[in-house]
Ligand binder design. Structure first.
Ligand SMILES: [Mg+2]
Length: 361
């Protein structure tokens, strides 16, 4: 098959702040795989926390070009390609993720089916009725980045009507912020402390947040917090604790058992749809709640992630909603409700005019 790389500068609707910094555009690498008259797309975006730049990711993909182009998806399976690429890339998950998404998209298109319908046919999960029925799937949350309380309130007010908001925390007055936002909506809240709290703060905050209709706390402790701290928080928190920075790859899921109540899987952290599917199934078998998160990315990556909705308790797939312009058409998210594209594969295609304008050399 043929491999093509596309690079874009994705413009953010607003500068986005988390506890580690602030950004206003995001570089995106979209890989295209073509064979048998069909084309599949997969995406990763640059990420300084994980040390991934457009150049480093492109170079890694180029480094496995001959392996990819030798592979025949008209007979082989995406999971086989993933295994070969995983060892060739030596744990470099971001480029692996883009290639794996594109392989799954292309493979399903070659079968003429939406990817979720193909997985359902193969017995990986059961779809409720027709493949397009999404009413039993969780809504996506809308993320409100850390800012002054006034700014955070403005962000909430400019996106009214979502059923769930995810509030990024990590300030000296986190509970006050949530209390302030709570006065303005009855929607469900989730909070993401992005590693900023101690065990004592987490337990204390959990009690106050439980009174404010908060559903769970994502990654309150630093990833390298002691095992004792994780266990104490797990046992004493008034709210479920969901691992993000502590659940990166497949091997981490089992370690979250007894330390977290759920796991937030992200395709770019774990290396794509192939491992994400296994992680979500393993998490469920361990009694962990399942969440799928995203990075700031276009509808290429989000549409791939959305194929996993049947395995999710919580969805956090607003990455493309945070863009001013999106070079790819795929799933649509309306106030949190996720509507699939009816096309085969992950259902994505370039918005040609926008893609040409946002394209980087
Ligand atoms: Mg997080």
């Amino acid at each position: 098959m043929r491999l093509t790389l596309h690079r874009f500068a994705l413009p953010l609707a607003r500068p986005f702040t988390i506890s580690r910094g602030s950004i206003d555009t995001r570089g995106s690498l979209i890989v295209e795989l073509s064979d048998g008259g069909q084309t599949g797309l997969g995406e990763v975006t640059e990420n300084s926390y994980y040390d991934q730049t457009l150049d480093s990711m492109s170079a890694a993909v180029e480094g496995v070009r001959s392996l990819v182009e030798r592979f025949d998806l008209t007979v082989g399976r995406p999971e086989e390609l993933w295994s070969e690429l995983a060892s060739a890339l030596g744990g470099n998950m971001f480029p692996l993720c883009a290639l794996d998404q594109a392989a799954h998209d292309l493979h399903a298109r070659l079968q003429g089916l939406p990817l979720r319908a193909l997985w359902s046919r193969d017995g990986l999960f059961t779809l409720p009725g027709v493949a397009e029925a999404t009413s039993s799937f969780p809504d996506s949350s809308y993320t409100i980045g850390i800012d002054t309380p006034d700014e955070m309130l403005a962000r909430l007010d400019e996106r009214p009507g979502w059923s769930v908001y995810k509030i990024k925390l990590g300030t000296p007055n986190d509970v006050e912020i949530v209390r302030r936002l709570r006065d303005h909506t009855d929607a469900l809240f989730r909070v993401d402390a992005n590693c900023a709290w101690t065990a004592e703060e987490t337990i204390e905050n959990s009690k106050a947040l439980a009174e404010l209709n908060v559903e769970f706390i994502e990654q309150p402790l630093p990833a390298d917090a002691s095992d004792d701290d994780k266990r104490i928080v797990f046992e004493q928190s008034a709210l479920p604790i969901v691992a993000d920075e502590n659940c990166l790859v497949e091997a981490n899921v089992e370690l979250c058992h007894g330390r977290f109540h759920g796991v937030n899987v992200k395709l770019s952290k774990c290396g794509g749809l192939t491992p994400a599917l296994r992680m979500l199934k393993q998490a469920r078998s361990l009694g962990l709640r399942t969440m799928l998160g995203c990075m700031i990315e276009s509808s290429a990556g989000i549409s791939a992630a959305a194929q996993l909705l049947p395995l999710l308790d919580y969805a956090d797939l607003d990455g493309a909603v945070l863009l001013r312009e999106d070079p790819v058409r795929g799933v649509r998210i309306k106030k949190g409700r996720i509507e699939f594209s009816m096309r085969p594969g992950t259902g994505v295609e370039f918005e040609t005019e926008i893609a040409n304008r946002l394209r980087l050399p």
